[in-house]
Design a protein around this ligand. Structure first.
Ligand code: HEM
Length: 420
């Protein structure tokens, strides 16, 4: 027997609402409503803020099945593509008004073959070999920031002093963006990532970043150097890429490359401080394999890309005995897949020694995170350095006082007061 979205006899009011709010007492676990849906099954119906009904994918197997199915689209301009907040809907409407479709935005919103054509042009910058080459400069960035923190006042805000500067400096260096402009690109990224930002404002913030990166690309066209923007400029020069496409790719990488990793640094540190025996294990280990597995376990446990990805079925497909009809919205939820007990025994336990490599914190399928080798390397440098160089590091506020990013597409904390 198969079910479909609209043929189950349920009225929309009986379908549970999409709700990702987390209680103060356990801010690091997936939202209780998401866990409740997961307990109902790996693929359940959900009612969004605008009354539309979509499929919520909570199981690990089903998550991967959806994200590797070529009949499933990421394109937010497709009819039926779910919008998880009014701001998200308004942004797509505003882009439509400007005559845009997914082609003309960044490749994270495009299906193959266009997506593959563009992604291929930048993959070489994120190979393990390339990323390993920037491990030593990353270590230097981290050590210098820790020195500065130790010389400064305490308590201090870990986000401002450390978690945000590390990935911003690394991605600026990689792209060839002047770090001195970090206030500008961080504040615009914050506007884009906030679920509550009105659509027009979000479009304007995107445009500001695009104008900025477009200007940098123009400089690199005539004065190239050894960075990713210069690589893109070269593609423009040989006619393989338009200036607009290159600009959008720059925006995507600048934006995706610092906000996510910064939140992992903040929340990962907080999580370790709350699990002293796990913290000691990581701090005292010289084994790079343990450090690597600790980073993957923290990525799994925290799954900062929370609340679900957005997809839409282009044809009828069957997943876990349910028929998803063409035009129905699908929301694969990374954080519940990563707490699926069929793959991760005792999933709510943080265990830095477990093999967590099959987590989906970086998504899955053709859109799986391009920057994951870079993010992993940064986190592998950051946590041991912080814990070893500041062994007395401790939280300088009660957990209930920490301003978590309940409003963000990417979960994190706006501030994390620490002392030592
Ligand atoms: C801990 C840090 C990070 C996390 C948790 C993360 C998570 C993700 C996720 C879940 C996706 C898939 C989105 C989807 O399928 O709809 C994604 C895509 C992407 N990420 Fe990351 N990311 C991180 C760091 C980075 C970094 C450092 C970069 C550097 C440039 C980056 C660049 C990208 C790009 C370009 C895509 C789009 C890939 C595509 O559509 O083919 N990310 N990321």
């Amino acid at each position: 027997m198969t079910n479909t979205l609209n043929a189950t006899g349920e009225t929309p009011a009986e379908i549970p609402e999409y709700d990702i709010s987390r209680p103060m007492r356990c801010p690091l676990d997936p939202a209780p409503a998401m866990r409740a849906r997961q307990a109902e099954g790996p693929l359940v119906r959900i009612r969004l803020w605008d009354g539309t009904i979509a499929w919520l994918v909570t199981g690990w197997d089903e998550h991967r099945a959806v994200l590797s199915d070529q009949r499933v689209s990421v394109d937010p301009f497709q009819p039926g593509a779910p919008k998880l907040s009014p701001g998200e809907r308004a942004m797509i409407d505003a882009l439509k008004k400007q005559g845009k479709s997914s082609v003309g935005t960044s490749f994270i919103m495009m299906d193959d073959p266009e997506h593959a054509r563009l992604r291929r042009m930048v993959t070489s910058a994120f190979t393990i070999k390339r990323v390993e080459a920037i491990r030593p400069p990353t270590q230097k960035i981290v050590d210098d920031l820790i020195d500065k923190m130790l010389d400064g006042p305490k308590p201090t805000d870990l986000v401002e002093a450390f978690a945000l500067p590390v990935p911003s400096l690394v991605i600026s260096e990689l792209l060839g963006v002047p770090y001195d402009d970090h206030d500008f690109f961080q504040s615009n990224s914050k506007t884009i990532i906030n679920r509550d930002t009105p659509g027009e404002e979000r479009v304007a913030a995107r445009q500001r970043l695009a104008d900025y990166l477009g200007g940098l690309l123009d400089e690199k066209l005539t004065h190239p150097s050894e960075d990713l923007l210069s690589m893109l400029a070269e593609r423009i020069n040989v006619g393989e890429l338009s200036r607009e496409e290159a600009t959008e790719m720059g925006v995507l990488m600048l934006f995706a490359g610092h906000e996510t990793t910064a939140n992992m640094i903040t929340l990962g540190t907080l999580t370790l401080l709350q699990h002293p025996e796990q913290l000691a294990l990581l701090r005292d280990s010289e084994d790079p394999k343990l450090v690597a597995s600790a980073v993957d376990e923290l990525l799994r446990y925290l799954t900062i890309t929370h609340g679900g990805l957005r997809r839409v079925a282009l044809e009828d497909i069957e997943i876990a005995g349910q028929v998803i009809r063409a035009g129905e919205g699908i929301i694969p939820v990374n954080e519940t897949a990563n707490r699926d007990p069929s793959l991760f025994p005792d999933p709510d336990r943080l265990d830095l020694t477990r093999d967590a490599r099959r987590h989906v914190a970086f998504g899955y399928g053709i859109h799986q995170c391009l920057g994951q080798p870079l993010a992993r390397m940064e986190l592998q440098v950051v946590y041991p350095a912080l814990l070893r160089r500041i062994p007395t590091l401790t939280l300088a506020a009660d957990l209930t006082e920490i301003p978590f990013k309940h409003d963000g597409f990417v979960y994190g904390a706006y501030e994390l007061p620490v002392t030592w």
